[in-house]
Design a protein around this ligand. Structure first.
Ligand SMILES: [Fe+2]
Length: 574
């Protein structure tokens, strides 16, 4: 009971009002009074008392008329207790029919009246609680974004919320008139549903295809429970319907797309793999297993380094590999090996797949370029072979220096390797060295082969071979500075060389290597005008020129080679 419940006393007798007021106040109520029906209506409207004690006989209207007016104005939340002064069975019945809570006959027992008032207040409060609770549930029901309904067992709707109407496209009136079976795409589904729910008491996420008013079908999930009467008999069902048509479509599309992708990958003629972010293999296609000779069982789930790795590629796994996975790769050439140990070249392109910004998986495709690599190698070999042939052909003019260029080239490659040059730089160094004296083709044979000291004029004719070599080679499109190597191979670091007297940084690495190798090879060989120099003389020359005429690092490398016995200073003597 609330602290002070308002009780309205409606009586034309001021004494009655006064006495009752005093008693009610004493009992903890908050009495209000009204002498007429009109006054009573005003007080009820403004004060909303919990209870009204209404004398059946008032000056301006009867208590019954007052109640009728209260009902008209929706004021019957106030519990009415009718007080009758005379026996009038009909009036009492009418009052009860109008919704009076109770009635008392005069003279009444005060305790009895107080008890009746208290019960009326309690009932009002209980009803109020129920009403508020109902309001909350009604709001939930009405505002729910899920379609909620209540049906009878026979198949009529008894309650429908707005979402239900929106989902099906009917008006409330139309839906209340509808046979429930009409919303099923297949009416027989309703019978199946009914059977199942009555057996189990409820159904959860039951898949049903429903029909909208406009005939469109939708896939829905139905969750429903039984409604039972107090005696346990089934009244009907209440449930929630969720439209999953869009979800179903998306799932269907995803499945179709996955099927499409996997068939695409499976039938692709190029090797393909899919790897997880931790590098474990998620998928390998038949083209890949066929190429490598490893079965899917030997590959799936394996993390890098993969079974096809070679020493060269294994070095590249780890952090760099993970980064490559994240960034993707474009046409990276790799040497791999098959299960049987056979080596093959592939060109790898890879694309990482991200989902919501997260690195999800990685798809890589291989292009088997072994044949291309072999053809490339054959072409390179043929080119080197041809260059060596040109070099040999040229040297036939001067039997004394036969093999000089090839020996210089071999020596230069050894020095280049010691200095850590790349494969491509070594190749350029080798080719340039093979051709470095090509300009001698324009030096008269008589001078080249003449024993004894040369005159100054003859000597200057020989010196022309450097710029002549440059003239011959400058038009080539070779990717290495071969023309520059021919032009500068007699230049020295200290500016003492020819033809331009370059010094220091003006001498390229290739020229520094070639220059020293040329000197070492020439000194070690017999010449028409002098015999081969001794090993000591060669060492004295290059050590003496270390850091002045010759690059110190190149000299170091050369000394190592000579000490290692790779070059015998007198080898060209025979
Ligand atoms: Fe030369």
């Amino acid at each position: 009971m609330t602290a002070k419940s308002k009780v309205l006393i409606v009586d034309d007798d001021p004494r009655v009002r006064g006495t009752l007021s005093d008693v009610l106040k004493l009992k903890g109520h908050a009495p209000l009074t009204a002498a007429t029906g009109k006054e009573a209506l005003e007080r009820i409207e403004t004060e909303s008392p919990a209870v009204a004690l209404i004398d059946l006989k008032l000056e301006d209207m009867s208590g019954l008329e007052l109640m009728k007016e209260m009902r008209r104005r929706s004021l019957l939340d106030t519990a009415c207790i009718i007080i009758t002064g005379y026996t009038s069975q009909e009036s009492v019945i009418e009052a009860m029919n109008l919704g009076a809570y109770s009635y008392m006959r005069k003279p009444y027992d005060m305790d009895q009246l107080l008890l009746t008032i208290r019960r009326a207040i309690e009932k009002g409060e209980a009803e109020e609680r129920l009403r508020k609770s109902e309001e909350r549930f009604r709001a939930l029901f009405e505002q729910s974004r899920d379609a909620i309904y209540v049906t009878t067992r026979a198949g009529r709707f008894a309650g429908i919320n707005q979402s239900m109407l929106d989902l099906f496209g009917y008006s409330r009136e139309e839906m209340l008139e509808l046979d429930v079976r009409r919303i099923y795409a297949d009416a027989a589904d309703r019978d199946t549903f009914q059977q199942e729910i009555e057996e189990k008491g409820s159904v959860k996420d039951y898949e049903v295809r429903f029909l909208k008013k406009d005939g469109a079908q939708m896939d829905c999930l139905l969750t429903a429970t039984l409604r039972r009467a107090e005696d346990g008999s089934i009244l009907g069902y209440q449930g929630v319907i969720r439209d999953i048509t869009e979800r179903k479509k998306a799932e269907e599309a995803l499945r179709a797309s996955e099927e499409f992708n996997s068939s695409l990958m499976k039938n692709a003629p190029i090797p393909l793999l899919v790897a997880n972010p931790d590098s474990s293999l998620r998928y390998v296609n038949p083209a890949l297993t066929q190429l490598t000779g490893f079965s899917p069982a030997e590959l799936l789930g394996k993390k890098a380094p993969y079974p096809w790795g070679t020493e060269e590629t294994l070095e590249k796994t780890g952090e760099g590999f993970e980064q490559a996975m994240r960034q993707g790769a474009r046409r990276v050439e790799q040497l791999f090996q098959k299960k049987n140990g056979e080596r093959f070249w592939v060109e790898i392109s890879a694309t990482p797949s991200r989902q919501k910004g997260q690195f999800n998986y990685y798809v890589a495709n291989w292009l088997d370029i072994t044949e291309r690599k072999k053809a490339q190698q054959r072409l390179e070999d043929a080119f080197v072979d041809l260059t060596e042939t040109v070099s040999r052909a040229m040297e036939t003019r001067d039997p004394y220096t036969s093999g000089h260029q090839r020996k210089v080239a071999a020596l230069a490659r050894l020095v280049g390797e010691k200095l850590g040059l790349s494969a491509d730089e070594l190749q350029g160094l080798y080719i340039g060295s093979l051709l470095h004296d090509i300009g001698k083709i324009s030096v008269p044979e008589s001078i080249l082969t003449r024993p004894g000291r040369l005159t100054a004029e003859e000597w200057s004719l020989i010196q022309v071979h450097a710029s002549q070599g440059h003239e011959i080679l400058k038009e080539t499109t070779l990717p290495w500075p071969v023309a520059e190597m021919a032009l500068h191979h007699h230049e020295r670091l200290d500016g003492s060389g020819y033809p331009e007297g370059l010094s220091g940084d003006e001498l390229s690495q290739e020229v520094r290597i070639l220059g020293l190798c040329d000197v070492v090879e020439a000194m070690s060989s017999h010449r028409p005008y002098r015999p081969a120099r001794s090993r000591e003389e060669v060492l004295k020359e290059i050590e003496g020129g270390r850091g002045t005429k010759y690059d110190a690092r190149v000299v170091e490398a050369m000394l190592e080679i000579i000490e290692g016995g790779a070059l015998e200073p007198t080898q060209a003597k025979q």
